[in-house]
Design a protein around this ligand. Structure first.
Ligand code: TYD
Ligand code: MG
Length: 459
């Protein structure tokens, strides 16, 4: 029988193929496929040896919720689902320079100061560099155990003796290597093997493991996505360069909710948690500008208000430009088509720019109505009332659909001084109860948006 050995592995998504190709069929990345040495021979099936019978049990049984311990950094604890779980593995991904090393150094320092033993292993920076950063952050006195190492065999040997630490940080997993593999550090095979070894050690010794993974554009280094299925929790750092906000988002969590976010601000003293993100995202807002609309969104368990900005301008090009920051460009195309077909607002000859102010990335469909309002407002050059918060999903026939957590959104808007809210019109039974201090106005179809502003501006 011919042996099928997949030796070409995409460094972006980890898919393996039998032959090299310029483009990965699974994730569409270009130039990401490299040849990798095979680790193990092809499996030979079960053979003659008998396995041991495993015991099958009922779903219901005595079990306790995972014991957790707090880091003491409120935003980080929130994203992790209320604290760290012993013997679990977390992956912290993000672009280089976004603040992964900074937040993890702050976390281990805080934990060490509260009496837990913490190990920070840097494969990228020399001990001096880490010490310098700790000094800058004012954390130099924290009893963190520090090492600069890249050999996984040495690291595992070190962590395997004596009292196990509570938390171990590996910064970053892409610099680690296992000498039993032929491939270079950073390749999918190395990254996976090193992560698997570390995770096994964490489960056996009972420590919480943080793995740092860089998101890479080129595909020379395996991205953190190839590890997502191996770890318990996946956290991604988001944020635009040039903005001081950093969003830590949980995209997978076996011990807590996903889509929870932690909001940080990068300052001279490292990353500082932001307790009231809405106020921060709206801080630079200027009232009464056409094309700006405040969206009352939900991020994880928390309502967050943010400004959506649209600019509709006549295009000088044959194919008008569509540029989006912080939102899905496919969703924008859909909304433009709906506005054209259902509300008679043809923007086909216009350039359209859309921006979520503050560097936040919105994935909620509830933002549709706010985006539509911003687009209509910019096209008509009539401002959305500055004291109005908007939310609602838009369907293909132009109907405005109900979204979840109306109460929480209205409450947050009222708290920040908004006097009006534009919400989806829904059945009488499920009418949102009026929140004190906020006038709720409902809308059933996108064709009513324009009329609303005309009346709004006259009032
Ligand atoms: P870093 O944590 O090294 O990023 P990563 O590990 O994700 O690659 O963050 C580096 C950036 O953070 C760098 O551009 C400088 C900035 N920074 C501050 O602004 N203030 C600080 O106190 C620190 C430590 C870093
Ligand atoms: Mg770093």
């Amino acid at each position: 029988m011919a042996k099928i050995s997949a030796r070409y592995v995409c460094q972006e998504c980890g898919a393996s193929t039998a032959r090299w190709a310029g483009k990965c069929d699974s994730c569409g990345a270009w130039n990401s496929i490299v040849e990798e040495a095979q680790r193990e021979a092809t499996p030979k099936g079960l053979g003659a040896a008998k396995g041991r019978r495993i015991e099958l049990v009922a779903l219901e049984g005595a079990s306790a919720p995972p014991p957790r311990f707090q880091v003491g950094i409120a935003e980080l604890d929130r994203v992790c689902g209320g604290g760290l779980v012993p013997a679990s593995a977390l992956l912290v991904g993000g672009d280089p320079g976004i603040g992964k090393s900074t937040v993890l150094l702050q976390a281990v320092a805080a934990l060490a100061q509260s009496g837990r033993s913490c190990v920070y292993i840097s494969g990228e920076e020399a001990i001096e560099q880490v010490r310098l950063r700790a000094l800058r952050l004012g954390l130099a006195s924290a009893p963190v155990q520090l090492a600069a190492a890249t050999s996984l065999r040495d690291i595992a040997a070190t962590l395997d003796v004596g009292e196990p630490p509570a938390v171990v940080v590996i910064d970053s997993i892409q610099t680690m290597y296992l000498d039993s593999l032929d491939s270079a550090p950073g390749t999918v095979a190395q990254v996976r093997a090193c992560a698997a070894e570390m995770i096994r050690l964490a489960k056996r010794r009972g420590f919480t493991l943080f793995l740092v993974g860089h998101v890479t554009k080129e595909g020379q280094i395996a991205g953190p996505r190839v590890l997502e299925h191996m770890v318990d929790t996946v956290l991604y750092f988001e944020g635009e360069r040039g903005h001081q906000f950093r969003i830590l988002r949980a995209t997978k969590n076996r011990f807590g909710p996903t889509d929870e976010i932690g909001v940080f601000e990068m300052t001279d003293a490292g990353l500082v948690g932001v307790a009231n993100p809405s106020a921060l995202f709206l801080a630079e807002r200027r009232g009464n500008v056409a094309g700006a609309c405040v969206f009352a969104g939900i991020e994880g368990t928390r309502p967050v208000l943010m400004e959506i900005q649209a600019l509709v301008a006549p295009s000088a090009l044959g194919t008008p430009r569509r540029a989006v920051v912080g939102w899905d460009s496919g969703r924008l195309s859909m909304l433009l088509a709906v506005l054209d077909a259902r509300a008679g607002l043809a923007l086909g000859a216009n350039d359209v720019y859309l921006n979520v102010a503050g560097g936040l990335r919105v994935s909620e469909p509830a933002a549709d109505l706010a985006v539509a309002a911003a687009l209509v407002s910019s096209a008509m050059d009539v401002p959305v009332p500055a004291d109005m918060a908007v939310f609602g999903e838009i369907g293909l026939s132009g109907e405005v659909r109900a979204v979840g957590q109306t109460e929480a959104r209205l409450k947050e808007a009222a708290k920040l001084g908004f006097a009006r809210a534009l919400v989806p019109k829904i059945g009488r039974a499920a009418r949102p109860s009026a929140e004190p201090g906020i006038a709720v106005r409902s809308i059933g179809h996108v064709q009513d948006i324009a009329a609303l502003f005309r009346r709004g501006s006259e009032a």
